[in-house]
Write a protein that binds this ligand. Structure first.
Ligand code: C2O
Ligand code: CU
Ligand code: CU
Length: 511
């Protein structure tokens, strides 16, 4: 069966005749569907029982003078995520989160990806300054051995069978990146099943700083999931085989929220810490859930978090933050100083954006005393943003819901790989004026940008180099972007993955 996007959205939106779909209690009548909680069929695991998993770092299979070579197999696996239950995942090397790739500035990383899943995949390095052929364009499918989808309508797609090589140049500053699936129309369910992992770039500038390191530097991938009674992941796909027909049942068109919070793949985990500073590289890898991080109790004398970095690496100077609001795909590099707590204290990482079980994330127990050689320097890095006087073009993009038939649009249009929405010149600087009707975390591939204004001044979480900016209902943001590095075709999109799959994506081509 061949589905056009309009038919798909119509089926997904529930307006098609002959489809038994639930009626909408979601506010579609009021205009646009909200992200909606998907209730698990299990009794939720008790929080703070499971130890925080530390994500393994992937070892290169070989190296030469310029490049480290890695192998990643996307394959099905069974994991015990909820104690006593077995969950089938789709994971890079069979784990979830996928293994962390650690790269050095100036040394290239080559990833040989093999697809052992029953569906096409595409891997994108989020935050990478990557040449177009390795960026993971949504139609650059790595097809499985067994199956070729019927609807592929992009003459420029670079499809391969079973495997593909990605080359990452790492000619960019130290930063916390992540890699994840990016298959057109199916990103949300494929990431939900486990296709996401960290990619950390290190450089000398950062290595010279006295920041917490070693076991005091921990990457935390936070996401929400729901589970069926048998332990498998629950997701409201119209076609759970994820082969031909994309989309979710209409009431989840605004985004899918899980009722179990996972950190590094474990539900509400706990971590024993020393009474020292820790550096947490935090990624919101959720499809649609936004968090507001807080510590309970809040330490006496000052803000609980010192933010040292954002999507694109270190800030110029640390920023003290009481809470951290995080939209999907954003990264925050945070220092927490556990010396502010008495030995034996229990400290809970809360999510103030929610209540009940999803209002909690994980727990720290301050169990041991250690000398702390770390410090937070008042100057972290020198950031050289493009000059506003170099701007050669200004573009306007409006991100808004249309209706249950047409879904989420940019300037009134659905994503179409064939249409080009902007053609910035190589090495030119532009201002993009972004406007939203609703919460949309907006992301550009290839570049990092500076948020010049965010419904007024830059927001409290806009500092540094960003690749994703979180806009609320009716907000506008001006971002300053330099399109350096590579010519070619890239996407920009909302990183609420259900919005992305339901067409809130556009193309730009650097010419
Ligand atoms: Cu994190 Cu286009 O993606
Ligand atoms: Cu990206
Ligand atoms: Cu959105």
């Amino acid at each position: 069966m061949k589905w056009t996007r309009r038919e798909l959205l119509r089926a997904g939106g529930g307006a098609a005749a002959g489809l038994a779909l639930p009626h909408f209690e979601t506010g579609c009548a009021r205009g646009r569907p909200q992200p909606r909680l998907l209730a698990s069929g299990i009794s939720l695991p008790k929080p703070f029982e499971v130890a925080l998993p530390i994500i393994p770092v992937l070892k290169p299979v070989s190296a030469d003078a310029t490049t480290d070579f890695y192998e990643l197999d996307a394959r099905p696996a069974k994991l015990e995520i909820v104690p006593g239950l077995s969950t089938g995942i789709w994971g890079y090397n069979g784990i979830f989160p996928g293994p962390t790739i650690e790269a050095r500035h100036g040394r290239r990383v080559a990833v040989h990806l093999r697809n052992q899943l029953p569906v096409p995949i595409v891997t994108h390095l989020h935050g990478g300054h990557t040449a177009p052929e390795s960026d993971g364009y949504p139609t650059d499918l790595v097809l499985p051995a067994s199956y070729t989808p019927s609807h592929m309508h992009d003459p420029r797609a670079r499809r391969t069978q079973e495997q593909r090589d990605y080359l990452y140049l790492n000619d960019q500053r130290a930063a916390t990146l992540w890699y994840h699936d990016h298959r057109m129309d199916f990103t949300a369910p494929q990431v939900w099943r486990g296709l996401a992992g960290f990619y950390i770039i290190r450089d000398d500038e950062e290595a010279q700083l006295p920041l917490p390191r070693g076991d005091k530097e921990i990457a935390l991938l936070i996401c929400d999931r729901s589970f069926q009674a048998d332990g498998s992941f629950l997701y409201p796909s119209l076609d759970p085989s994820l082969r031909e027909r994309p989309g979710v049942t209409g009431e989840y068109m605004g985004g899918v929220l899980g009722d179990v919070i996972l950190v590094n793949g474990a539900p509400w985990p706990k971590l024993e810490v020393a009474n020292t500073r820790y550096r947490f590289r935090i990624l919101n890898a959720s499809n649609a859930r936004r968090y507001e991080l807080a510590l309970d109790p809040s330490p006496s004398g000052g803000a609980p978090f010192v933010q040292i970095g954002s999507d694109g690496g270190l800030l110029a100077a640390p920023i003290r933050q009481r809470t951290i609001k995080m939209a999907p795909a954003e990264r925050f590099d945070l220092i927490v100083d556990f010396s502010k707590y008495r030995l034996g204290s229990t400290v809970t990482l809360l999510n103030k954006a929610s209540s009940g079980a999803t209002g909690q994330i994980m727990r720290f127990q301050v169990t041991r005393e250690e000398r702390d050689p770390s410090a937070i320097p008042p100057q972290l890095s020198r950031l050289s943003f493009p000059n506003a006087s170099d701007v050669v073009a200004t573009r306007d993009f409006k991100f808004a819901f249309r209706d249950m038939d047409r879904g989420w649009l940019i300037n009134g249009k659905s994503y179409d790989p064939v249409r080009m929405d902007a053609q910035p010149k190589l090495d030119s600087t532009e201002i993009w004026r972004l406007e939203t009707d609703f919460n949309h975390p907006l992301h550009l591939h290839l570049v990092h940008f500076q948020v010049l204004s965010h419904s007024g001044r830059p927001g409290p979480y806009d500092a540094g180099w960003k690749d994703t900016v979180d806009l609320g209902p009716g907000q506008t943001a001006n971002i300053l972007v330099r399109f350096g590095g590579h010519r070619g075709r890239y996407v920009f999109h909302c990183h609420n993955l259900e919005h992305e799959d339901m067409a809130m994506m556009g193309n730009f081509e650097v010419v």
